[in-house]
Structures are given as C-alpha cells and as structure tokens.
Write a protein that binds this ligand. Structure first.
Ligand code: MN
Length: 726
C-alpha cells in the first residue's frame, strides 16, 4: 500500500510545499483514516488504500494541494458518517465544495440504466464548469477503480469497462490528458474483451525483446543525423498502446504481425524551429511517404496536441512512423488541460488555451438535452476527436468532427442558417448537402426562407448541435401535422353525429369536457387524436355519455393515417382505377412528370409501372397488360428529374445556371460540371419539379441563358429493359 510519505515526496518534486501544506495533507490523511477505519475494499485491502492511491494519481497529474487533499477525502461523505458541514469546518469551503461535488456525482450507482448514467454525467460536467479540478479528481478515482477492477464480479466489470471506454477515456482524451486516456482505454479493453487483449499483449511483449537491436540502430542513425545538423534532442521509440493497436487492426489498417505497424519513433527537441529542421534531417536520411506528413504544430488538434508526424521508408524498406515535437508540446500531449491548469480557483480562464476550454464549454452546453439517451449520445459525439478544419468565406477557421457536412457547418454558424440552408458551395463549387467536408475546404451556405429541415438530414449530419436542432424542428412539424390530422378527424366525426364542431368551440361548449379529459385545449386534443393517443369519440362520450358510448375508435387506425400522410413518396402521385395501395413505379425510360399524359403497365408481381403515353417502350408490351392511370390532383410532392446542359466553358457559368434554376423555385439535389475535350462545359442537374409546366419553363429559361448550347432531359434509356418490363 502506498504511504503518505510517497505522496508528500511527489508533491514536493513539482511544487514548493510549506509546513502548513504538509500539516493540511496530514490532517486530511488522519481524518480519512479515522472515518474509513474498519472498512475494506472488495480486494480485501483496507479502504484507506483507495483514497491514498487516488491522491497519488492526482500528484502524477501535478495538481495543487487542495486537489491532493480532496483525493484523500473524496469518499468520506459518501461512504462514512462524515458530513459536508464537518468537512467544511475542518478543511474549509474549497475542500468541502470539491468533496461534495465528487460525492454528488458518484452517489448515483453506475448502473447501465441510461437515466442514471446521464444524470451523473450531467452533474460531473456542471460541477467541472464551476471548478475544473472536479473532473481531474473524478478521472483519478475512475483510474484507480479500473486498476482494481479485477476484484469485482464479472458482470459489473464489463459494465464499468464499457462506460469507461465510451465516456471516461474519451473525456480524458478530449481534455488532452493522454496518459490517463491511454491507461483507461487499455484497462477497459482488458475487461471488455479479455481474449483479444491477451493475444495482443502476448505478441507485443515477445516482440519487445526481439526488436531491441533494430530500434537501437534506428535511434542511433537519427541521433547521428541530428548531430550533423547540429540539433540537440532525445530520440525514443515505443509500441503503440494495446487498444490503439486493436482498434486499428479492426479497421483493417494494420497487422499485428507487421512490427512496423505497431511501433513508432519520437524525437523531442528544444524549439519549434528545430522540429522542422529535424523533419528535414529525417527526410534527407529516408524517403518520406507522400500524404503521411502531418503538421499539427501549425494546425493543433482539438485537444491542443501539437507535433509533426511523418512516415518514411526505413533502411530495410520498412515503413517507419516518426513524431517530432518540443518538450513543451510533449508535456501538453501527456497532460493536456492539467498541464495548463494552475491555482486559479479552478475557474476556466477567459483567455489563453481557448480551444481546450471550449471543448468543456461545448459539453456544458449539452445540459439542456432532456432525453437521457439523446444526452449520452450527444456527449459521446461531442467527445469524438477526429476533426477537419474548414474556412468560412471570411477565412475564419472552424473545427468539425470528421464526416461533417455543409448542414453541420450551417448549424454551427446559426440555427436559422441551418434551418433554412438549401445550397452549399465548397471552394466555390456547388456540392450536395451531404458532402463530407475536408480540411482546407472553403464553405459557403445559401439559405432560402422556403427551405426547412429534412428528415434525411439526420442520416448524414454528425454534430450534436445539428442533430438536436433538426430533431426539435421535426418534433414541431410532427406536432403541427398531428394537429391538422386530428382536427380533420374530429370535425368529420362530429359532423357525422350531426354536431357542429366550430360552433361548439365558439360557444365554449367544449371547455369543460376537454378539461375533464385533462387536455389543456382543443389543439392539445387534436394533437392527441393525430398521434392516435385519443379518439374523437372520447370527447363525444363526455358530451353525451349515453348517446355515444359505443363505437370505440381504434387508435391504431389513426396511426396508419399519420403514417400515410407523413410518407413523402411519390408513388402517391398516381391513382390507379379500382386498385388501392398497389405498388407503383415510374418507367426509368421516360420518367413522367405530373401533367404529362400517362399510362400504366401491369408487371409480373411488381405492381404497376407508369410511362408517358407515347413511350416507345410500351409498343414492346401486349395491350392486355395496359391499365388506365391518372395523376393524383391532391398530390403535392415533387418528382426527381435529370437535366443535361451543354454550355460554353466560361467562368461563373455554373453559378449562373444554379441561380437561374433555384430562382424558378426548383429544388436542386445535385449539380456536376465537367469540361469535355473540345472545351465545352457539361452540366448535369438533378432537380425535383412539381409538374410538367414547371419543367418546361425551366428548360426554356435555361435555353435562353447566354452561353447555353443545349438542354436535354435525361432518361435512363441504358437501364436494363427486361427488368423494367417483367
Ligand atoms: Mn472513490
């Protein structure tokens, strides 16, 4: 068991410890020993070993005296008869706050119950916003609990390991405390996938000895080269951490048996300038692999990590990975926010190291998400660290998680811009809204008042903010739609019974019955009916209990109505005589648009294909299989259409074309331009239109645009005929 002396020695190594500090630590130790006396850990050790170890981890993080003292006391309120008042009286309000905050988080048992997990995490983040030391203490507590996890029952081991892997390791990583995140990951890996862990552990341990000679040779070659360049620095090598190896293996990026995949070299220099000089020196020694040089000094990672990364072809034709950084960068890489944090009462500073604190602020902002599952998902998303950097038109650099899209970009600027974005330009070229942003992209978003969020956006946005804003918009829309459906249903039902709903509402005759059913108003009732949670009959029954007692509506049926209305598929665009609910497809050969004369064709087992009346394809099929169809006049959706535009290849042509198209209230799904070998431009537009009139107007306007040579409506005539006709 670690002793108090070890802790005091460790503190003295990085700070000037006064006699008062020493007395303070001793006092906390004595108190903790007293209140925990007689208690034991599951491992059988005296309980006191745990607060001592936590305190020791806090000294590894080089934290201040109050943090170290809190480490000793962190479980006293929770597990003993000690109270906050007593702690405050003995150790002051600062310590009382820290111990209390840590206690409040852990008082909720860490069960997989997502409610409790969300609640305790919410508390942790809020307490951390008040005093950042809370998160350090919590991470130290978790780290020691993970180190001693083997003593818990297997089922609890797994649960805690998963939570550590999903939340605490990423949290440490996000805060830049990489040695803690790496150790947490490896421990969580060990308990969640013992077999895989064992396999990788064994291989790596045997390789360590075998490869001593190789690594020493490489290290001395680098040192010799650095001497030639007159640069001082340390050169070392290490194996990647076990979980890192495992996750890269799972992605198929590396092989456990290729030693070069799992080891890396590191050069630590004195100045930033020397980093670049060393990079040059290494590249003069071995050829760099194109695309593998990363300058995280000029563009630090989201957690403030800085280094130069390169991969070269080594002396034996092997691929070698090398990191180059200064001592200062190395300390940041290991300790992150804990390295910056200094004696400021724990408050987040308003200047300096902005980026890393903004990570915490992002986490704090998520507190408003009420739904626990959504909250935890949002936290997990927010903790993901792989990022891209893109520019706004004003050349501001914004950071996004990998795979972010122009819609994420729009929401990051402003909710309204997100809610109304409809076109995106990347490096001045039109891209689809689900385009994946790349580092260095310059992004511009065009909004339109008439555009609103689309459910499909949820399939591709990645930032928690965009997801939440789209969801809340959808909820609003759904409520509105449900209200409308509910109103129609209620009105019809009342009319059927000879009652005038609007009249009754005007005369306030429904206020009491609605209140009796515990609705706040008629809209609330409509919404319930629309969602199928209430029936119009419920209201009738309250008005005339005897008259309307029978005939209960099935809420399931109403749900079906909602489903039908909310499904925006264009199969509803066509009506087939005598057939309801029959599967309808559009002939890809002619791609009819509402307003055009159409005819149906009965396929074998695949419903009906709809073609333009004079589609040559119809001549190929027997007349008996034709069927009359008509456009559904109530249909208000849009039909997708492809257009090919040949134009002069001049500057600004694409934006002229797109602004013309969108000016006509036509939705552009996609636009591509290419140049052919005789210097002409070819543009391809995928748009959706309401009817043939709109399409004809569009084609006409495009043809009249200066520089346009020809416009053609695209049909997929190359599409396999047989499959379409059978
Ligand atoms: Mn504890």
């Amino acid at each position: 068991m670690i002793r108090l002396n070890n802790i005091v020695d460790k503190v003295s190594a990085y700070s000037n410890i006064t006699n008062e500090d020493l007395d303070f630590i001793k006092k906390a130790y004595v108190y903790s020993a007293k209140v925990h006396s007689g208690q034991r850990r599951v491992s059988g050790e005296p309980y006191l070993s745990h607060p001592l170890e936590v305190s020791s981890i806090l000294t590894d993080l080089k934290l201040d005296i109050p943090s170290v003292v809190t480490g000793l006391l962190h479980d006293t309120i929770e597990d003993t008869l000690a109270t906050r008042e007593e702690i405050e009286r003995l150790f002051g309000s600062e310590i009382a706050f820290l111990v209390d905050a840590t206690t409040k988080i852990s008082r909720l048992p860490h069960v997989s119950d997502v409610e409790k997990q969300a609640e305790s995490f919410r508390k942790l983040i809020l307490a951390t916003a008040k005093d950042i030391r809370v998160v350090f203490i919590k991470l130290a507590d978790r780290l020691h609990n993970m180190r001693t996890l083997e003593y818990l029952p297997e089922e609890r081991q797994k649960r805690i390991a998963i939570e550590t892997m999903e939340i605490y390791a990423p949290l440490a990583h996000r805060l830049g405390i990489s040695w803690v995140s790496v150790e947490l990951e490896d421990l969580a890996f060990k308990f969640s996938e013992p077999g895989e862990h064992e396999r990788i552990f064994k291989t790596v341990s045997t390789k360590k000895k075998d490869w001593e000679k190789y690594t020493q040779e490489i290290v001395s070659l680098i040192i010799a080269k650095m001497k030639e360049f007159k640069i001082q620095g340390d050169v070392s090598w290490r194996f990647k951490h076990l979980y890192g190896i495992y996750s890269k293996m799972k992605k198929g990026n590396i092989s456990l048996h290729n030693i070069y995949d799992i080891l890396g070299f590191r050069i630590v220099t004195r100045t930033e300038n020397e980093c670049y000089q060393v990079l040059g020196a290494v590249h003069s020694l071995w050829k760099p692999i194109p695309g593998r040089i990363k300058d995280y000094i000029a563009l630090p990672k989201a957690n403030n990590y800085q280094s130069l990364h390169t991969a070269v072809i080594g002396p034996f034709g092997e691929q070698m990975e090398i990191q180059i950084r200064t001592e200062h960068m190395h300390r940041i890489a290991e300790y992150g926010v804990a390295a910056h944090w200094r004696y400021k009462g724990g408050r987040l500073p308003s200047n300096g190291n902005e980026k890393i604190y903004s990570n915490l602020r992002h986490l704090v902002e998520l507190k408003d998400i009420k739904d626990s599952t959504e909250y935890i998902e949002a936290i997990k998303d927010e903790l993901i660290l792989d990022v891209v950097y893109v520019y706004t038109p004003n050349a501001d650099l914004i950071e996004f998680p990998v795979d972010a899209t122009p819609v994420d970009f729009a929401y990051s600027i402003h909710t309204d811009i997100g809610n109304h974005c409809f076109q995106a330009f990347v490096n001045r070229k039109l891209v689809p809204l689900d385009y994946k942003l790349k580092t260095g992209d310059m992004v511009e978003v065009v909004t339109s008042k008439n555009k609103t969020p689309n459910r499909q956006w949820l399939d591709f946005v990645v930032t928690p903010k965009a997801k939440n804003k789209i969801r809340s918009w959808m909820r609003q829309e759904e409520n509105l739609r449900a209200e409308q459906v509910g109103e129609t249903i209620t009105q019809r039902k009342f009319a059927k019974k000879g009652l005038n709903l609007s009249n009754m509402l005007e005369k306030k005759k429904l206020d009491d019955p609605l209140a009796k059913l515990q609705f706040t108003g008629i809209k609330d009732f409509y919404r319930a009916v629309g969602f199928g949670n209430a029936a119009a009959n419920d209201l009738l029954k309250v008005i005339h209990p005897r008259k309307f007692a029978e005939g209960v509506e099935k809420s399931k049926r109403i749900k079906n109505i909602i489903n039908r209305i909310s499904k925006d598929e264009y199969k509803d665009a066509v009506l087939v005589k005598r057939y309801d609910n029959i599967l309808i497809k559009f002939g890809k050969c002619c791609n009819p648009v509402p307003g055009e004369q159409i005819i149906g064709f009965i396929t074998r087992g695949k419903g009906i294909t709809v073609h333009v009346y004079n589609c040559p394809r119809l001549l190929e099929v027997s007349p008996e299989r034709r069927i009359e169809v008509a456009w559904n006049e109530e249909y208000s959706g849009r039909i997708p259409i492809g257009l090919s535009v040949k134009c002069e290849n001049k500057k600004g042509m694409l934006s002229e074309l797109t602004s013309m198209v969108s000016g006509l209230e036509v939705d552009i799904i996609r636009a591509d331009v290419s140049e052919d070998n005789i210097g002409q431009g070819n543009a391809r537009f995928d748009v959706t239109v309401e009817n043939i009139a709109q399409l004809e107007k569009l084609i006409e306007s495009l043809k009249n645009l200066g520089g346009v040579i020809s416009v053609k409506r695209l049909t997929e005539s190359s599409h396999s005929r047989a499959s379409d006709l059978n």
